[in-house]
Design a protein around this ligand. Structure first.
Ligand SMILES: [Ca+2]
Length: 95
């Protein structure tokens, strides 16, 4: 199974990036969790800016820095400065 992020590469990253969590199967949730944990390098349960950039670099590809920054702030929907699993799954799980 391949779970791909919803990221538009042209133009601005829109609200499409941040969407409410759709219905996910157990397997999809497990895959999301594995992806999240892989990039949560210090295993503190959230993705910081550096960790999020690494995820984007490896899984999404070449994105301008300003779009990375915009994406980070959109995904960090409660504005804590880090991305927790709920925020991550809401973003990533939307297809
Ligand atoms: Ca972390």
């Amino acid at each position: 199974m391949h779970i791909r992020p919803v990221v538009v590469k042209t133009g601005s990253i829109s609200q499409k990036v941040v969407a409410k969590m759709s219905e996910l199967t157990r397997n999809e949730l497990d895959a999301l969790r594995a992806t999240f944990d892989k990039y949560d390098r210090n295993a503190n349960g959230s993705l910081n800016w550096d960790e999020f950039c690494l995820l984007l670099d490896e899984l999404v590809g070449d994105i301008p820095l300003d779009e990375k920054s915009l994406a980070f702030h959109l995904v960090d929907s409660n504005h804590t400065g880090v991305i927790d699993f709920n925020e991550f799954s809401a973003w990533w799980g939307r297809r």
